[in-house]
Design a protein around this ligand. Structure first.
Ligand SMILES: C[S@@+](CC[C@H](N)C(=O)[O-])C[C@H]1O[C@@H](n2cnc3c(N)ncnc32)[C@H](O)[C@@H]1O
Length: 251
């Protein structure tokens, strides 16, 4: 396993005990993603399933459902039959070619180190006319943290606009049937709570090797001062999630 992929796995495994209780936005995102789903899929795989927020909702939509995640610890939190939970890398899915009618991936593809290759692998296991349901964080997600981070020279993870993700499907054997975005704004009573909610769902990890983490009291104070610019009129600390939803069909 690549060093980078191992870091992602460890990051999510560490968040396993907190993901269920802090994953409120992820649950809302999964609900919204479900509205794109067609009824009566046969065999479906939820990739990057985590503790199964999206899988739980998908269950009535398919005859057979499997969960795949790189983190064994997160999968353990999902209340599923052990045979349906598969620990593995979504770049090497242990299913034969064209053996699945549907794939779900809620908030997972952005963790791929090479989305083009990952989509090729997903296309391999999907039957023609099979559907892929995707949700992804887009540009605008955590913009408060990014702007505060910029002030103190600690710019964090970057997210892309929806068009960037749509481009990945050019020249592939997928057709985008629908693409939309939706914003959620969460408010917290302290900066620490806002940052904790990010960490508790494993999303604070930054893929870029050049990132700097927030270190030292002075650094944190400066970050807090910059973040304060975003306080709501009620003194709450906002955190924005700008999420893209794609329904994609294999040709
Ligand atoms: C933000 S969580 C989303 C989990 C779940 N889909 C949800 O909506 O709550 C991203 C998930 O992708 C998984 N993941 C990241 N890279 C992966 C890889 N290469 N193969 C399989 N799973 C991966 C992580 O372990 C984590 O559970």
């Amino acid at each position: 396993m690549y060093h980078e992929t191992l870091n992602i796995k460890n990051r999510f495994s560490r968040s396993a005990s907190t993901y269920l209780s802090h994953g409120n936005v992820q649950r809302e995102i999964a609900k919204k993603l479900l509205t794109l789903c067609e009824k009566n899929h046969g065999r479906v795989l939820d990739v990057g399933a985590g503790c199964g927020f999206f899988s739980d909702l998908l269950r009535p939509f398919c005859e057979e459902l499997f969960l795949l995640d790189i983190s064994h610890e997160l999968l353990k939190e999902a209340q599923w039959h052990p045979h349906q939970r598969i620990q593995g890398d979504f770049n090497r899915i242990p299913f034969p070619n064209e053996s699945l009618e549907g794939l779900g991936a809620s908030m997972a593809l952005q963790w791929s180190l090479n989305p083009q290759e990952t989509l090729e692998e997903w296309g391999r296991v999907l039957r023609p006319e099979g559907f892929l349901y995707l949700s992804l964080p887009l540009l605008g997600t955590f913009h408060e943290l990014h702007e505060a981070g910029r002030e103190v020279n600690a710019n964090k993870n970057h997210f892309f606009p929806l068009a960037h993700w749509q481009d990945f499907f050019d020249d592939t054997n997928f057709v985008i049937e629908s693409a939309e975005e939706k914003k959620w704004c969460m408010n917290f009573s302290s900066m620490e709570q806002a940052l904790h909610s990010v960490k508790a769902t494993g999303v604070s990890y930054v893929k870029s090797p050049h990132h700097r983490t927030l270190r030292g009291r002075g650094f944190l104070d400066a970050f807090k001062e910059a973040y304060e610019n975003f306080l709501t009129p009620f003194g709450q600390w906002p955190l924005t999630y700008q999420i893209g939803f794609l329904k994609v069909r294999k040709k």
